[in-house]
Design a protein around this ligand. Sequence first.
Ligand code: ADP
Ligand code: MG
Length: 697
Amino acid sequence: MTRSVPEIFAENVFSDEVMKARLPKNVYKTLMKTIQNGRQLDMTTADFVANTMKEWAIEKGATHYTHWFQPLTGSTAEKHDSFITPASKGMAIMEFSGKALVKGEPDASSFPSGGLRQTSSARGYTAWDPTSSCFVKEGSLYIPTVFLSYTGETLDKKTPLLRSMDALSSTAVKFLKLFGNENVTRVTSTVGAEQEYFLIDKKMYDRREDLILTGRTLFGAKPPKGQELDDQYFANLRPRIAEYMADLDEELWKLGIYSKTKHNEVAPAQHEMAPVFTTSNLGADQNELAMEVMEKVALKHGLVCLLHEKPFEGVNGSGKHNNWSMATDDGQNLLDPGDTPMENLQFLTILCALIKGIDEYSDLMRISAASAGNDHRLGADEAPPAIISMFLGEELDAVLKAIEEDYVYKTQTRAFEIGINALPSFPKDSTDRNRTSPFAFTGNRFEFRMVGSSDNIACPNALLNTIVAEELSQFTEILEPFKNTDRFEEEVKKLLKTVLKEHRRIIFNGDGYSLEWVQEAKRRGLPNYPSTVDCIPHYTDKKNMCIFKKFGIYTENELKARTEVLLETYSKTIRIEARTMIQMARKQLLPATLEYIHKLCDSIAVKKQVGMSSAVEEKMAEKLNDLAEAFYDSIENLEIQVNHACEIKEILPQARFFHDIVVSEMERMRTTSDTIERIMPCSQWPIPDYSAMIYNV
Ligand code: ADP
Ligand code: MG
């Protein structure tokens, strides 16, 4: 890098600094008000902003602009229009109007809508979201937008997040007033998403149809060495990886993403990038952008970045740790225990709101991380189980126990009296960590560890915000009558006690990966939804519908539509995987096996002629022949089951069938193929094996 980081940082972002420098003062002020209060922008201001944006973007090499949105497909979408406008005498000028900035009308009929578009108007539109930053990339000005149907139904992942942020803000502001925070006007949820990924050589990737079509290996025998030595975690970076990471950082920095941490992860060929946290909205956009940049930079290095949750069987898959908290506009982190007794009380109350919320709506948290890809991780030995629980650490847990059981808690470690007679002394900087919990308190934030590596984090954050909004509004209702009275603290304590008694079951500080926990969770009555198909139908449970409606996150129709899209996506994913397996098996793996058997038979015949023993060849040929027969049968069988699944008309039964029958059939077929692979010589196996892929970079 020839230029310094501060020099390149955010150079491709239409940042606050750029706006301040380029927009007339009054325009800038109006725009900021719009951003802060979520008001509509008047057209004169919009025209001004658009023109300034265009000039700036052209200086950065842009010729086009695009409304960038996040439909329910799982990736971002963009359609580019050039600034070109015909001028007199066949010339062209570059134009960009406020109208084009604020609203777009992509032909949206091919995006999943879960039937919403049949009930409403056929077209959708995109609308500029000024709370996220515009940026220039590959010759286009990118404008972050929300995507809605003409009747206002959400068709994207971003709108619910924005709605949930507003819901959280308004309820949290009211709640905070009870604790003397009269000046807070806005509470924003924050997120820092640690992104895991794999890097493999492009040459290997190109030879694997499963990776190309599905993002994961559908075949492949485990290599002799996996991750058992833990020698990859935090290991020094091999030169090619170090070069990739340096390049990635630079590209992310230019786009204003505070890429902060990079390291090797547990599995061979696995790595992580973590940015500095920011508001949920920007954080979600930036994570989508980061994933795209990660993939593109990899290609420049002859590598492929795999973001699938489980690219390789037998070693860890990838997730995305969603670090979440709330910040006030006067600079408080609401999950920071704080320095004064009142701040401590406020913190403990918020904590209990979370405990109650996560217990009551654990199904929503589970749903927010549900996908066909993530089904391979959750509940395996590498990621939190499919059961939602919360980790608070021993000390914090002990503090809560003391509240619940009415005694004064004295800690061994650093602590201070919080002064309120009814409450125990409070430990700060409790540093114990638990890596096996799906929802862990880590000192000043919660880390939700279930999210899949390729997931859009908008969904988990939208659901989390909504849940917390609901609990804070309930708490406010209960405590409001006691505001500014001497009974306030007593009433808070009473409330916390009740909440803890009812919801303690969600707290678990032990080993979340253990089998005992599954038993224990069952005893506690905690829901366990092992797969996507088990949890998604609960999206539309009455209690869930209620809070979405209450805070205007989803209407009943929107929620039903989303449920359908999720289940359909699941079925389609499995269908593609199954068909890819069938194709690879028929066109590559089985023919290779038969060819090798043929070779062995030739060799047997030749040896027989010269009177040599062909015992080895005979044994191998026989064994392979049996396996080839089994392989053939399972290909036929899988095809029958996939075809059957495709004929099922109803969405849920179809997804169920894919899960119960097709997935198990796929597993059976893979076992046979992997056994064959272990016997076959490398030179005869048509696709790169695991060692070649994960130890090659
Ligand atoms: P670890 O792997 O030890 O959990 P990392 O440093 O890899 O920690 O990632 C921690 C993430 O948490 C970073 O993205 C960081 O910015 C984020 N984070 C820190 N404080 C907050 C907060 N208040 N709200 C949201 N995210 C936060
Ligand atoms: Mg980390």
